[in-house]
Design a binder for this molecule. Structure first.
Ligand SMILES: Cc1cc2nc3c(=O)[nH]c(=O)nc-3n(C[C@H](O)[C@H](O)[C@H](O)COP(=O)(O)OP(=O)(O)OC[C@H]3O[C@@H](n4cnc5c(N)ncnc54)[C@H](O)[C@@H]3O)c2cc1C
Length: 463
């Protein structure tokens, strides 16, 4: 939107600084480059980065963006694969100063502000022997992760992150601070459970907590053969719901505990979490260990909150990634062969097929219970290929595309949180069945002007 003589002008950095108690950082400030940096190193130069300290300040920033038409980027943990939490020339509403949490041990709930990362909240809850399931990486923000769905190490036992969401505080496009739950604005509450940041800025979430203390979990690395890949998936799908697995087929990267002669060999690099009795967990994990001689076996008893402590990266590897997310109903031996053949032909410094067996509590609700519409799909897959030279883009896009088509049997559904910078047609594939139209209708009601558009965008109905 262009600024006309009637459109109010965006306040300057100094003017914003006078109104807000939170930090306002402009291009002239020394902390500017650090403040605009996001996980994937996307280089954009906002007019200002604003760090509100409460929902009212968030509402003020939202109103400025609405009234002036300046592009608004909303940032929780800054891990958007598409770079949606930073803008060129617009305002970044950075929630990182809002990290308050109120844990209620008796009710087993927490009100958590959305500047928290998955790791920060998991660590704090762990001190109470409690947990919410987030994703596989602690530095991801609870804002983006939750609003897209949230799949992680407790998914089969307790469902997606949104399945633990009891309520949210939301600043909508009209600048109002609204609490939404299953009784207040149920349409909005339905939409924010999977529909991303399209409907407002979530300032706080109320999560139901689970008692999760000691678990059996960790890394299990096996030789990658077609048999091992398909058998692993079969075992994971038929295992008790207490067990959630994330398995990566890739060439072994150099790691301190890995024999040097194995680096560069195809491995099935998995993380297993059994959230139940450790002794029973050992029985459940035994068949995985028995698939082959493990190259590394670090599956051991530990505290769930420790799950993010090892291997956290401050910044993504210095590559661009071609990525495809897809769903599958099974992974048979011929799929295992296809994955390994593709890995052999790959010229990428890093190529990976990540297999997440879903089911369990995720599948207990119908597909239309929330805006995450893939509950009945038992396997989620990410195929990724890294490259440093932009001229190689076509090669890597073709590589991920071919393998994704084989594994997905041509189906094109995708999980919104793993989409990169894609066109509307692809965003639509994240919302199958009637979900897309329903979301567009909610968007029309709450954000008819598409103020919240720097995201995997759902245009308002009729737009
Ligand atoms: C290394 C890595 C590992 C990952 N692992 C998992 C995983 O295991 N499981 C999984 O489900 N996903 C995973 N993801 C995907 C992740 O959930 C999404 O990238 C998510 O959007 C990141 O959230 P964020 O708050 O860090 O990102 P941001 O970049 O801050 O935000 C992402 C999007 O959400 C919007 N948004 C963020 N906060 C708010 C808010 N409070 N209100 C309104 N809109 C908001 C932003 O505007 C933007 O469009 C992973 C991503 C990375 C990079």
């Amino acid at each position: 939107m262009q600024q006309s003589s009637q459109t109010p002008k965006t306040p300057s950095v100094a003017q914003l600084g006078q109104v807000l108690t939170g930090e306002v950082i402009g291009p002239e400030d020394s902390g500017y480059d650090e403040a605009r940096a996001v996980f994937y190193g996307i280089d954009r130069k906002p007019a200002a980065i604003v760090r509100p300290t409460d929902a009212d300040e968030v509402a003020y920033v939202v109103s400025i963006a609405r009234d002036t038409g300046i592009e608004l980027a909303v940032r929780s943990g800054g891990h958007s694969i598409a770079g949606h939490s930073v803008t060129d020339g617009g305002l970044v509403l950075d929630l990182s100063a809002m990290k308050e949490m109120r844990i209620d041990d008796e009710k087993r709930t927490v009100w958590a502000q959305t500047g928290l990362t998955a790791g920060e909240l998991t660590g704090a809850l762990g001190r109470h022997g409690l947990a919410v399931g987030f994703g596989d990486t602690g530095s991801v923000g609870i804002g983006g992760l939750t609003l897209g769905g949230g799949a992680g190490f407790l998914s089969r036992k307790f469902g997606l992150t949104i399945d633990s969401l009891l309520a949210a505080e939301l600043v909508t496009a009209d600048g109002k601070v609204t609490e939404v739950d299953s009784e207040n604005h149920p349409d909005l509450f339905w939409a924010i459970r999977g529909g991303g940041g399209n409907f407002g800025v979530a300032t706080r979430f109320l999560f139901r907590l689970q008692e999760v203390d000691e678990i059996l979990g960790g890394m299990l690395i096996l030789p990658a053969t077609a048999d091992n890949i398909s058998s692993f998936v079969e075992l994971a799908a038929s295992a008790p719901e207490e067990l959630t697995t994330i398995a990566n087929v890739m060439k072994a990267p150099p790691m301190p505990f890995l024999p040097e002669d194995l680096v560069g060999r195809p491995v099935l690099f998995s993380i297993l979490v059994y959230a139940g009795e450790v002794e029973t967990g050992a029985e459940v994990v035994a068949p995985f260990r028995g698939l082959d001689t493990p190259i590394v076996d670090m599956v051991e008893p530990g505290i769930y909150a420790g799950i993010y402590e090892a291997g956290e990266e401050e910044q993504a590897p210095p590559f661009t990634f071609a990525v495809r997310n897809l769903f599958a109903d099974d992974i048979d031996k011929s799929d295992g062969d296809a994955i390994l053949e593709a890995l052999e032909t790959s010229t990428a410094p890093m190529a990976v097929t990540q297999i997440r067996v879903m089911g369990g509590a995720v599948a207990r609700m119908p597909d239309d219970a929330t805006a995450y519409g893939h509950r009945s799909r038992p396997i989620m897959i990410n195929v990724a290929s890294a490259y440093a030279d932009p001229t190689e883009r076509t090669t890597h896009e073709a590589w991920v595309d071919t393998l994704a088509k084989t594994l997905g049997r041509g189906g094109e559904e995708a999980y919104v949180n793993f989409l990169g910078d894609v066109a509307e047609a692809r965003v639509r594939q994240a919302y199958p069945g009637g979900t897309w139209d329903r979301l567009r209708e909610v968007k029309r009601r709450y954000d008819p002007g598409n103020l919240f558009r720097l995201n995997q965008n759902i245009p308002p109905a009729g737009a």
